[in-house]
Ligand binder design. Structure first.
Ligand code: PLP
Length: 526
């Protein structure tokens, strides 16, 4: 047993054996191998003792209850099953998580402590308003911070993720055009070629025609191309700033002016707000709607696909169309506006059953209050500094996609340094796993071939950044030295090797049938 560069346990000898095709890895040291529940469980095992049921009359007529053969485990086996599976996972609590565009920053434990206070954790969204004044006050306080940090007059709190926030902002934009009698005419949404896939998907989902704007040589929006595509048929532009290449959109003021001149709105994708928070207010840039990923910028957990939160700040022209519900401050405390049309509002409707992700609100506000306004500013400055440190430490061995200047909060490299080595971006990323690192974002943004997008965030110390940069430098050396096999075989030290991601996406096994339990070839019905 030895330690790899990040201190996770690996066995280099076993790694060599597996690379040479000898044997399976299985459990290593104290890291346990774990089969799936369907393979590990037993039909007669359960973590609960039920009393014998004596059924005299069959109340469901001819329908009788039968066993369907679900596998079970005892209580301690259940705990071990899930803890072992959790150890197959990688997390920000285990090490640096360089996934660009995702802002994988440390979630301070104070956030967790606050979110678990019974007054926040144990309330129900249908409780009478008079009994949840503190929670409503917290939502109002968080809304105040979001509006202040962005320089925007209103915020819709309920969206549950960035993409959901995009939907919210675009529905508000559509409602505003409809209210102005221009709903039919404005059918185009402009999206730059570097955009996150959720932007064009959102626009298309609500019926807009998506028109792509070219990228300029230096990785920004091609302003001439944008101007050529502007007309009174354009409903909005969806633009990320800093953009997905990690660069500030230099022409952003001219862009918002040109949009407003033709009556279009400016939707800003705020996923990269961690580069700007406390330094730049999007409201000052002419933004009309922007989602804020609390799970990125404000440190709430990304939750393995679980709850995020994507409040959307809105400019004065869009504010009247915000979705219900929202919190209002009255003389007696806080109240909730629940209905479209109440007090004459023009809300486009309701996005969520209730108020959004309360637990994430508590975490985000804890983060803000514990950092203070100066601390939030310092965090974004450090995030940018850290990304530039990575850029500086790697630019002589990896190809920088847009050289000639500093980056914002993420550093973008691409595959050109691997030319002639036989190693691809994918192979390089997989080899990082054997070194104990989660790969960076690969093949995104699409405007750069073989992209590798690294976002270290402000959470990392200089030592941690140096260890990471040294590891990547070592891998570059190995690729250049012709160690292709090592890259093609990677990852060999992980519990799982390369997965067939295409099959997993095309034929996901989402249904369990007892006859399927031991039949791994069974296909899921469409
Ligand atoms: C993360 C991200 C999104 C989507 O946010 P989710 O919270 O994952 O839905 C949209 N745009 C960009 C640029 C992002 O990085």
């Amino acid at each position: 047993m030895s330690m790899n560069s990040q201190g996770r346990q690996t066995t280099p000898e076993a790694v060599d054996d597996i690379a040479a095709g000898v044997g399976m890895l299985g459990g290593r040291g104290l890291l346990q191998d774990e089969p799936m529940l369907f393979d590990a469980g037993r039909e007669d095992a359960t973590g609960t003792d039920w009393p014998e049921i004596e059924i005299e009359d069959d109340v469901l007529g001819s329908l009788t209850r039968d066993s369907i053969g679900l596998k079970g485990l005892t209580e301690p086996e259940t705990v071990r099953h899930y803890v072992r599976l959790s150890q197959y996972n990688y997390a920000i609590d285990l090490g640096l998580y360089p996934l660009g565009s995702c802002t994988m920053k440390h979630n301070p434990r104070l956030n967790e402590k606050m979110a678990r206070l019974p007054g926040f954790a144990d309330i129900h969204p249908l409780q009478p308003v008079s009994t949840v004044q503190g929670a409503l006050g917290l939502i109002d306080e968080l809304a105040h911070w979001l509006k202040t940090l962005t320089g925007m007059p209103a915020v819709a709190m309920s969206p549950k993720a960035g993409a959901h926030g995009e939907l919210c902002g675009m529905l508000a934009i559509r409602a505003a055009h409809e209210a102005a009698g221009e709903g039919e005419k404005r059918k185009i949404v402009l999206v730059p070629s570097s955009a996150h896939g959720t932007n064009p998907a959102t626009a298309a989902q609500i019926g807009y025609q998506v028109v792509e704007i070219k990228a300029s040589e230096d990785g920004r929006v091609d302003f001439e191309d944008l101007k050529a595509k502007l007309s009174d048929e354009v409903a909005a532009l969806m633009l990320t700033n800093p953009n997905t290449c990690g660069l500030f959109e230099r022409d952003i003021m001219a862009i918002s002016e040109a949009l407003h001149a033709v009556g279009a709105y400016f939707y800003c994708d705020g996923a990269n707000f961690n580069a700007l928070a406390g330094r730049v207010r999007p409201g000052d840039l002419g933004v009309d709607a922007m989602h804020i990923n609390l799970h990125k910028t404000f440190s709430t957990p990304h939750g393995g696909g679980g709850p995020g939160a994507g409040p959307v700040v809105l400019s004065a022209p869009l504010a009247p169309f915000a979705p219900v519900p929202w919190v209002v401050k009255t003389d007696d405390g806080f109240d909730v506006v629940e209905h479209v049309g109440e007090d004459g509002n023009q809300s486009f409707g309701r996005l969520c059953a209730f108020h959004g992700q309360m637990g994430m609100y508590v975490r985000a506000l804890s983060y803000m209050l514990s950092h203070g306004a100066d601390g939030v500013k310092q965090a974004s400055e450090d995030a940018v500094l850290n990304a530039n440190y990575i850029l500086a430490r790697l630019q002589d061995v990896m190809t920088v996609s847009y050289p000639g200047g500093p980056c914002m909060h993420e550093a973008l490299f691409d595959e050109r340094f691997l030319a002639g080595t036989g190693v691809s971006t994918l192979d390089f990323a997989k080899a990082m796993i054997d070194e104990g690192y989660h790969p960076m974002t690969m093949y995104f943004p699409l405007v750069v071939k073989g992209a590798m997008l690294i976002e270290p965030t402000e959470s990392e110390s200089k030592d941690s950044l140096d260890a990471f940069a040294d590891t990547l430098r070592g891998l570059v050396e190995k690729a250049k030295a012709g160690e292709v096999e090592r890259f093609k075989a990677a990852p060999v030290a992980a519990p799982m090797r390369r997965l067939d991601e295409t099959q997993a996406a095309r034929q996901p096994k989402l249904r369990w049938r007892s006859s399927m339990a031991n039949d791994t070839s069974a296909k899921t019905e469409a």
